[in-house]
Design a protein around this ligand. Structure first.
Ligand code: DHB
Length: 501
């Protein structure tokens, strides 16, 4: 269905502080005590900002909101192109009104980051998605449904000072800004719902698992983040490129034996940029490395003590077979079955048995051969330091570094350096999963996504679930490496979890 979108801006400036019958100050004694103990630094005080009244049309409905753009969310920014956030607030919340059941006190804050390829990202805006037939983007849909939207920019690897852990430090600082200004701003900072795709999905998941983790404190202090919580309420992550320490072995567990590849050129791993694919065949050296990496994966999976939904252990034998692999087969089968239930035609393919409207057996290795290899071995910590992730873990002095012992040992670059494990650790959501923190996760990875092994998101989902989190995990059929393709379902989930008292 194509939608008619009209963007308009009223040339009307509104001062948040004086024009709003702004949020009433919180009456919660705990919030008041925290505010007294940690006053918002003047520079980060939302009440100083001017908003602009804007509107757009979506499905024949006019959505009125106020835009507060390019808010620098730290006191000591090093790059104000990216350490900035755009906040959009439904106009009704400045007049005591409500939108689809939410009001100024209860509206959740949707927090979509725009990061792709671990590159620098400017904050998002309510604008049609040109990569998706000019459909309304997630920010527009969120606003139309009464969510407050706060879209943070973040530094990235090609930017001075943007190497790991800059991006997650920036996103956390943006979250702290929202908590610090909770009393001054419509929207409920206790209900922040993070969203991101690919590298941005990894960062979204990391925001969730690492809320208020002390490891990030020195970086946040240096940046001059607001003295407030960096916890989020819920995480949406599309195709997260996470767990980089183990992503190489997972990739080879999936693609070992698949020698031909269609590789994306290194310049554009960012899912938002059109990709050029280069065909080739793995060399004998790459195949030997693939065998070695694949053989390391079972010990890693077994060390996690994963269990399925009903508590059965998920493990791998030394040869890569076992209950974890069967679990992946089941998830692929579910993916196919759901598509069949929705009337999707699934042509015959040799890894999947379909009879009539039912999918029967799925074979993980057949699946890997069918979708095809997209990265050469090792997929992430390249032995020639050519990957985006090598750049992510570089620093000002050394542009690119290894971040696994394996690729350091097999490096083809004389004098190559290895990133500090303490830094590598900061970028992985898996390292921070514990009893506390964000309870709600929605994880989606397309059945046609070859950017990382399907095992990576499955392991993330399972480990979260095994720690008692509410995890909605699914592999949508036929979907490639991308995000925000199911906005009605995304916001139905966001609305449902927001009803929790
Ligand atoms: C992204 C894609 C990749 O293949 C990768 O290695 C890192 C990031 C991305 O699209 O964000």
């Amino acid at each position: 269905m194509s939608r008619n979108i009209v963007l308009s801006t009223l040339a009307l400036c509104l001062l948040a502080a004086c024009n709003t019958p702004a949020q009433p100050e919180s009456t919660d004694p705990q919030t008041q005590a925290a505010a007294a103990k940690h006053p918002v630094p003047q520079q980060l005080d939302f009440r100083r900002l001017q908003g602009v009244a804007q509107s757009f049309e979506i499905d024949g409905q006019t959505v009125h909101y106020r835009a507060f753009e390019n808010i620098v969310y730290v006191q000591n920014p090093v790059d104000t192109r990216y350490q900035v956030m755009n906040i959009y607030i439904p106009e009704a919340y400045f007049h005591g009104g409500s939108v689809q059941g939410f009001d100024a006190d209860s509206a959740p804050i949707f927090l979509p980051n725009q990061v792709g390829g671990y590159m620098p990202a400017a904050p998002g805006k309510p604008e049609p998605n040109t990569r998706n037939g000019n459909q309304p983007n997630a920010i527009m849909v969120a606003l139309s449904q009464g969510f407050v939207v706060a879209s943070p920019g973040a530094r990235g690897r090609s930017d001075a000072g943007g190497r790991a852990p800059a991006a997650i430090v920036d996103l956390k600082a943006a979250v702290r800004y929202l908590h610090a200004n909770d009393a001054a701003m419509p929207g409920r900072a206790e209900r922040i719902i993070s969203n991101g795709t690919s590298a941005g999905g990894a960062l979204s998941a990391l925001l969730g698992t690492s809320g208020n983790a002390p490891d990030f404190e020195p970086y946040l202090r240096e940046a001059g983040a607001a003295p407030a919580s960096d916890a989020v309420f819920a995480v949406s992550a599309y195709c997260p490129i996470t767990n980089l320490e183990h992503a190489d072995m997972a990739y080879e567990w999936q693609f070992n034996g698949v020698h031909d590849y269609q590789k994306i050129s290194i310049q554009n791993i960012d899912y938002r940029v059109e990709r050029k694919l280069v065909k080739g065949t793995q060399t004998a050296e790459q195949t030997a490395l693939s065998d070695q990496l694949a053989s390391q994966f079972p010990a890693y999976v077994n060390s996690l003590n994963l269990r399925d939904e009903i508590g059965r252990p998920l493990r791998l034998e030394a040869d890569g077979s076992g209950s974890f692999k069967n679990y992946m087969n089941r998830r692929l089968l579910q993916s196919a079955q759901l598509a069949l239930n929705e009337g999707t035609d699934i042509p015959e393919q040799d890894w999947l048995t379909v009879r009539g409207s039912r999918a029967y057996a799925a074979d993980f290795h057949g699946y890997a051969r069918f979708v095809g290899r997209q990265k050469t071995t090792p997929a992430f910590d390249a032995v020639d330091l050519s990957s985006g992730e090598n750049n992510l873990f570089g620093d000002e002095a050394t542009d690119k570094k290894h971040f696994t012992d394996f690729s350091m040992r097999h490096s083809t670059v004389p004098g190559a350096r290895r990133a500090d494990n303490g830094i590598v650790r900061l970028m992985n959501a898996m390292n921070y999963i514990g009893p506390d923190g964000t309870r709600h996760y929605r994880i989606r990875v397309g059945q046609n996504d070859r950017d990382t092994s399907l095992a990576i998101s499955a392991i993330l989902a399972l480990k979260l679930q095994n720690h008692g989190k509410q995890v909605d995990y699914h592999i949508p059929w036929g979907v490639a490496h991308s995000g925000d393709y199911d906005l009605p379902e995304l916001f139905a989930w966001a609305r449902k979890i927001s009803q929790e008292p």
